[in-house]
Design a protein around this ligand. Structure first.
Ligand SMILES: C[S@@+](CC[C@H](N)C(=O)[O-])C[C@H]1O[C@@H](n2cnc3c(N)ncnc32)[C@H](O)[C@@H]1O
Length: 601
């Protein structure tokens, strides 16, 4: 099975050309590989995407020592012919057909990797991996490395001695090691999918199976879990519980969704029932948009929250996604979570336009989400279809710099390339311009009242600065930032005032999560404040009825308490009105017409 090494080497070559994420490059290489070898696919085993990404990430993090070993052993010079790979034979070439340039005969010409990248990925598995390489020992590149194995091993030993590395791990790229430490202290976060089961019932089931609920901030190995105080539908488990969770029936049936706590903030903030003007009120129909939905974590969460709310019967979520391959993932993830609307049945099975769903499939769908393979920026906000949209999630493409344990090549190369800082600045500026254009487009939806903007970036350029710039957009008249009391007030990490022009109230209204949290724990332990790096800001339309929106933090804190009291009073009043309405059911109908819904802002 040599295909994984060919793909991994191609990914390394692509990463050397452009600064992008390992995931994106591996996905592109896999897509090209399966297209190029489609007609020979029956005889080839597909390349596993997870294994490929792990191999590429690991090879990159050991690139320096692996390159040094190859150079000292002169393997590539001595075995040059073995690493010169011919394009894989396809059905067409096997039949003697002349291959046309890319695409002209309907199939891409398979690319071939550079000998250096191929040697690196293979050498990684031969020298550093605990499992044997999956390629045959007779495959020329592997056979070549095996011939020089003694020399290669002694070069590795020499390198370790020189670096004083007690373990192989110490040879890893230091930034990658730091990322791994941060990732290791994040809990295995699980969101209980309200579309499938209420949280209380899931917790009860866990208890019956011997899991105990804890309130400790540090989780150690064992059958414990914690219900996070920030969002009641999210549970934290120790990292060592991962395999048990993956095998758990509640994971298998889509009740347990593995989703980082930080990524659960946006949907909760959008539908916050304690907001001064909550989107869900008195069972009024609710239409929300997820403008950038794939792979569907936040869309699924929206759907779950709506399922357990007063808007469950009348809710509608329109989920946009631009990239066809990511759209397919979105559909399958939403289907697994029970979030697809019956009208989306035609998207089931293998994606849009492919295969017919089973006749009873529509009846089994009870979700609210209608996914659309479309460019959000190309929608006409004034179209009739969007007149009832009151809420929106906007989680646009970003640098991904907050994601722990997944090395971003652009960051990893900073040390080596002198121009990397400039590259990073240019990249962030272009991402920020795109993010701002997405917010600008969102603000054109005439009846939008609440817009939640989020990124998994640590950079102020994509976070506070975009949010503050959005407030200055000509279309942002009448919009303001939601106060802290409406944006998970219990979460301690807030925006940076210095990036908000010194406005502490703005900063308090934003959420910031530091990658891997800020608390050190012992190996094997996780801390319940550790998540991916993340940012959330919520824009609301209308007058501030709350002093917290412009107040200094101390004042905001006081206002927060007063606000909770007012909300409680409001809820009691609503309950009273409901009781009165029920009592009045037997009375004759009122003669006056029901007042129309509030006019759009
Ligand atoms: C950060 S990801 C969204 C993650 C998603 N919210 C989740 O939680 O699973 C951004 C997504 O937006 C998509 N995207 C980018 N520009 C878009 C556009 N103009 N219209 C629709 N989708 C877009 C990207 O393809 C990508 O899948």
């Amino acid at each position: 099975m040599s295909d994984i090494y060919l793909c991994a080497a191609l990914a390394l070559d692509a990463l050397a050309q452009r600064s992008t994420s390992i995931h994106a490059v591996c996905a592109a290489v896999l897509a090209a590989h399966s297209k190029a070898t489609a007609d020979a696919a029956s005889t080839r085993r597909p390349v596993d995407a997870r294994r490929l990404t792990a191999l590429v990430a690991n090879t990159l993090s050991f690139r320096k020592p692996l390159t040094a070993i190859l150079a000292s052993a002169k393997t590539l010079q001595l075995e040059a012919a073995a690493f010169r790979i011919a394009p894989p034979r396809t059905h067409a070439s096997a039949k003697g057909k002349e291959r046309q340039p890319d695409g002209e005969d309907g199939a891409a010409t398979p690319a071939v990797p550079t000998p250096h990248s191929l040697a690196l990925v293979l050498l990684h598995d031969i020298l550093l991996s605990s499992t044997r390489p999956s390629a045959s020992v007779n495959w020329p590149p592997r056979a070549a490395l095996e011939r020089h194995l003694t020399r290669l091993k002694s070069e590795l030993a020499r390198l370790r001695a020189k670096a004083g590395a007690a373990s192989l791990e110490e040879l890893r790229d230091p930034e990658e090691r730091r990322q791994r430490t941060l990732a290791a202290r994040c809990p295995r976060w699980v969101r209980v999918n309200g579309r499938r089961m209420a949280r209380a019932q899931a917790v009860e089931l866990l208890a019956q199976q011997g899991w105990s609920e804890t309130h400790d901030e540090v989780l150690r190995k064992g059958k414990h879990f914690l219900v996070t105080p920030h969002l009641p539908d999210v549970l934290a488990f120790a990292g060592s519980s991962t395999s048990q969770l993956l095998a758990h029936p509640l994971y298998q049936d889509g009740t347990f969704i593995l989703q980082d706590l930080a990524s659960c903030f946006p949907a909760s903030v959008l539908l916050d029932q304690d907001a001064a003007a909550p989107l869900i009120c008195d069972g009024e129909p609710l239409h929300v948009i997820d403008a950038t939905a794939a792979p569907g974590n936040k869309t699924g969460h929206l759907s779950a929250l709506l399922a357990s709310s007063a808007a469950h019967a009348s809710s509608k979520v329109s989920a946009f996604e631009l990239a066809p391959n990511r759209f397919r993932t979105l559909v399958s993830q939403l289907s697994r979570a029970g979030a697809l609307a019956p009208t989306s049945v035609h998207l089931l099975k293998s994606g849009p336009g492919r295969g017919k769903p089973k006749p009873d499939a529509a009846a089994k769908l009870a979700g609210a989400v209608s996914p659309r393979l479309a460019d959000f920026l190309a929608t006409d906000p004034l179209d009739d279809e969007w007149q009832d949209v009151r809420g929106m999630l906007l989680d646009p493409s970003c640098s991904g710099s907050g994601i722990v344990g997944r090395m971003e090549v652009a960051d990893a190369e900073q040390e080596e390339e002198t121009s990397s800082e400039e590259t990073q600045a240019t990249r962030l500026a272009s991402l920020a311009a795109f993010q701002l254009s997405m917010i600008d487009h969102a603000l054109q939806f005439p009846n939008l009242r609440r817009l939640v903007y989020s990124t998994c970036s640590i950079h102020a350029e994509e976070n506070e600065r975009v949010a503050i710039a959005a407030l200055a957009l000509p279309r942002a008249g009448g919009w303001r930032l939601a106060p802290r009391s409406e944006v998970v007030p219990t979460w301690p990490g807030r925006g940076r005032p210095e990036e908000c022009g010194g406005n502490t109230a703005y900063a308090e209204g934003m959420i910031r999560c530091d990658p891997g949290g800020s608390v050190d724990v012992a190996p094997g332990e996780v801390h319940v404040g550790a998540t991916n790096g993340f940012f959330v800001a919520c824009f609301v339309r209308g007058e501030a009825d709350d002093a917290a929106s412009d107040a200094e933090p101390a004042v905001a804190e006081a206002a927060l308490t007063g606000k909770r009291k007012r909300n409680k009073e409001k809820k009691l009043k609503q309950k009273k009105r409901k009781r009165e309405a029920e009592a009045a059911k037997d009375e004759p109908p009122p003669t006056e017409a029901k007042p129309k819904r509030r006019a759009p802002a």
